[in-house]
Write a protein that binds this ligand. Structure first.
Ligand SMILES: NC(=O)c1ccc[n+]([C@@H]2O[C@H](COP(=O)([O-])OP(=O)(O)OC[C@H]3O[C@@H](n4cnc5c(N)ncnc54)[C@H](O)[C@@H]3O)[C@@H](O)[C@H]2O)c1
Ligand SMILES: [Zn+2]
Length: 355
């Protein structure tokens, strides 16, 4: 799969076996940065061929997605003799992608960077789109660059060892992208769901590929996120607010799934989505992929409202939100107000407590 980018086009390769790792030895100067948990599970299997001297194993967390960790990476890389000709290979999830992608884009004004995503979220979503992000103080993803990898290698066997909450987080984004792909894609996802939950490689491969193809259609032509790409924020306005008020207890993709239920409540109330479509999507697609409903205390109006107002993409006084129409196309509205939130939150609480 080829992704076009104004910075550089790049390929996403779907690996059939562990052989892709040996291919990295073709670079004269290569260094690997591996997520500590990935290393613990895969150093004796998929990653057994990595040269130990050239491998940096890093602890990864949202708290460490900061400039301090970037400086640590600069130090580790500049200890080596390699300069601009260095190739950095990142093996990990979206968090390690964000922090190492930022380091790769700035060190020597940009070194060759390859990404091997190891979480469902990173394989199905974040590995394409060129964004790198760091957290600053209490602001998530405040700092960042646009910098695509030169290659992405996807291998389903990494997904077997993901913790359940991390797997379901990725599944939330997979559901979002399949919804954006229309009825046919939702049907394909529903049919494969039991096998996906068993983490069988072939159905996982197929939904990861579908997700990337759907995302690709939104990012190509709007790489810098000024128009159509905004629609990928479906479920994210409320989802981000929920993550914030829950102190990041709710994994990102699961918060997005609840954000989609919320957006659909808004669509239904505003007459964009009929009750029948609302119910069908809720019962067949959204609720079955929710690992566990958040505690009722998460939906406090003032907390949610002020978190929603922090939205980086908000321009006016009212809130912006991406809404679904009956034909499953999306539209962005910029006039959502606090009075609506009170009744929509009530609707959401009722759905989640009954479902
Ligand atoms: N750059 C982008 O376009 C973009 C898009 C979406 C999200 N993100 C960012 O991605 C981050 C979330 O990424 P994520 O959901 O991939 O989670 P993650 O990278 O934080 O990984 C989740 C957990 O799984 C562990 N892990 C990773 N791979 C594993 C494996 N194969 N087996 C066992 N454990 C493994 C990690 O150590 C971590 O504990 C957020 O910081 C978010 O802001 C970036
Ligand atoms: Zn997201």
């Amino acid at each position: 799969m080829k992704i076009r980018s104004s910075i550089r086009d790049y390929d996403v390769h779907f690996a059939e076996d562990d052989g892709f790792v040996a291919g990295f030895s073709r670079f004269p100067q290569v260094c690997f940065v591996v997520d500590e948990n990935v290393w613990a599970h895969h150093s004796d299997s998929t990653l057994r061929l990595l040269p130990r001297d050239e491998t940096i194993v890093l602890p990864v967390s949202e708290e460490r997605k900061t400039l301090a960790t970037v400086l640590e990476i600069y130090d580790r890389l500049t200890e080596r003799s390699a300069k601009r000709n260095l190739t950095l290979v990142t093996i990990g999830g979206g968090t390690l992608q964000d922090v190492t992608g930022f380091a790769a884009s700035t060190l020597y004004r940009g070194i060759n960077w390859i990404f091997v995503p190891t979480t469902l979220l990173a394989q199905a979503d974040s590995c394409i789109g060129s964004k790198t992000s760091l957290n600053y103080r209490r602001f998530k993803n405040l700092i960042g660059t646009f910098y695509p990898p030169s290659e992405v290698h996807i291998h389903p066997s990494f997904l077997k060892t993901l913790r359940e909450e991390d797997f379901f987080s990725g599944l939330g984004e997979v559901v979002k992208l399949h919804l954006m792909g229309g009825e046919g894609k939702i049907g394909e996802l529903s049919a494969l769901l039991p096998a996906i939950r068993r983490r069988e490689p072939s159905p996982l491969h197929s939904v990861v590929r579908n997700s990337l193809l759907i995302k690709q259609a939104y990012i190509e032509g709007d790489e810098f996120d000024t128009g159509r790409r905004n629609l990928l924020n479906f479920g994210h306005c409320f989802g981000h607010a929920l993550e914030t008020v829950s102190g990041y207890e709710i994994p990102h993709g699961q918060a997005v799934l609840i954000g989609i239920v919320f957006a659909n409540i808004v669509s239904r109330r505003r007459g964009l989505l009929p009750e029948s479509t609302f119910r069908r999507l809720l019962e067949d697609t959204l609720l079955p992929n929710l690992l566990r409903p958040p505690s009722p205390g998460s939906f406090e109006v003032d907390g949610i409202y002020s978190a929603m107002k922090q939205d980086k993409k908000r321009t006016g006084e009212d809130l912006a939100m991406v809404l679904l129409r009956d034909d499953l196309t999306l539209t962005k509205v910029n006039d959502y107000i606090r009075d609506e939130l009170v009744s929509d939150l009530d609707g959401l609480s009722r759905i989640l407590s009954s479902g």
